[in-house]
Design a protein around this ligand. Structure first.
Ligand SMILES: [Zn+2]
Length: 112
């Protein structure tokens, strides 16, 4: 019987950090949205910045949903088991990526 309290703590901490980061990203996007007299070059740079921030936001949101799913799996006793083939996920992989839902074999097959 595995005890995933450590993983749960790690995941919860990651979730908090990401939620905070996402809030900051949203703040940054809002701030750069303010209309101001700017020349075209500056405006273009700003649009690029917003695009980068958008991408960061999307990445954070994806990670948050993966972490939430992992936390659900811990509570339901499915954590650490590959969602594709049902084999146990190696401890080293779980340590590196605590929200892994696939074993290395299946992950490499599906390209995740
Ligand atoms: Zn698998």
């Amino acid at each position: 019987m595995n005890n995933y309290d450590d993983a749960k703590q790690t995941l919860t901490a990651m979730l908090e950090e990401l939620t905070e980061r996402l809030a900051h990203i949203a703040d940054d996007v809002r701030h750069t949205d303010q209309p101001a007299e700017k020349d075209f070059a500056e405006q273009a740079t700003q649009n690029e910045n917003n695009e980068v921030l958008d991408q960061l936001g999307n990445a954070a949101r994806t990670e948050i949903s993966l972490i939430k799913q992992a936390l659900v799996r811990i509570d339901s006793g499915n954590y650490g088991i590959c969602q594709v083939c049902g084999e146990p996920i190696r401890a080293e992989r779980l340590k590196a990526v605590p929200y892994s839902s696939m074993c290395v074999k299946c992950a490499s097959k599906t390209g995740h």
